[in-house]
Design a binder for this molecule. Structure first.
Ligand code: GLP
Length: 270
């Protein structure tokens, strides 16, 4: 894959409301990195992106990330929904990943996280929500049914992604098969250690996860990648190198035709 080096150069930096836009030009494709200062600006920009899609297409099909990074965006979207400045009630939502074996009431469950922080307070009806069932009996069937549900909804209009410190997207860890659809994954020691630290060791972190595959992600018509926190610098640098590399799953996004990267300005190299 190293042969297919994409020629990336950055140009067209300009300021708009304090947001610096940098356009990464890569052969036929182009990605946009929006560097945002401060947590509020980052969250508002992410929410603006989702709000613009919902305004264009109220019934949009959206895949959601979990983690610290999107929390501010969810808060912003919920506040706008409460103020009747947007409605997510007609949109349909999926999630990207979850731990294997946990039911939706477990404190570590991503399904629980998304219901608590976004879906319920934003007023999304249950019939528009399909989340991965990490505790499904017959997990292979669950993976197939999940893909079928996304297809039946018309495919993803938008996949919103966080970024793991090792470059994972969803739970697609380094070395993942880029042609995979929804599947069970063995979590890397690095990922489990990060999550154990985030929960102060309160819970045993499962060894396995379930995730939409990279092929499911890149099939989304639009992708929004959210990158916050200094620990993401190496993974972001791998992406910015423009070289698709299975050791850095995030680089699978490099050839996507409609990708926006929202990154905290502190990650911008001097
Ligand atoms: C987890 C999740 C990812 C998420 C990543 C980043 O590993 N599986 O979907 O994007 O963490 O999380 P955070 O935003 O907390 O850094």
């Amino acid at each position: 894959m190293r042969d297919s080096i994409a020629h990336v150069h950055e140009s067209a930096a300009h300021h708009r409301n304090g947001v610096v836009t940098l356009v990464l030009k890569m052969s036929a494709h182009s990605s946009t990195i929006l560097w945002c200062r401060g947590g509020g600006e980052f969250s508002r920009s992410a929410a603006d992106h989702v709000a613009a899609l919902l305004a264009r297409k109220p019934e949009a099909v959206i895949a959601l990330p979990t983690g610290q990074t999107p929390l501010g965006m969810y808060g912003e979207l919920v506040a706008r929904a409460a103020a009747k400045r947007l409605s997510a009630a007609q949109a349909r939502f999926f999630d990207l990943d979850d731990y294997l074996g946990l039911n939706v009431h477990h404190p570590l469950s991503y399904a629980r996280f998304l219901r608590e922080h976004f879906l319920r307070p934003a007023g999304v009806p249950e019939r528009h929500i399909r989340l991965l069932r990490g505790d499904a009996v017959g997990i292979e069937a669950e993976c197939r049914e999940y893909e079928a549900a996304i297809a039946a909804a018309g495919g993803l209009d938008l996949a919103i992604l966080g970024l793991g410190i090792n470059g994972h997207i969803g739970f697609n860890e380094p070395g993942s098969d880029w042609s995979a659809q929804t599947h069970v994954v063995c979590l890397s020691p690095e990922t489990r250690a990060t999550h154990a630290a985030q929960t102060q060791g309160e819970f045993a972190i499962p060894e396995y996860g379930i995730t939409v595959g990279i092929s499911t992600i890149v099939a989304a018509r639009e992708i929004l990648l959210l990158v916050a926190g200094g620990a993401k610098a190496r993974a972001l640098a791998a992406f910015r190198s423009g070289i698709p590399d299975p050791k850095w799953p995030v680089t699978a996004l490099l050839t996507h035709r409609n990708l926006t990267v929202l990154a905290e300005a502190e990650l911008q190299p001097a």
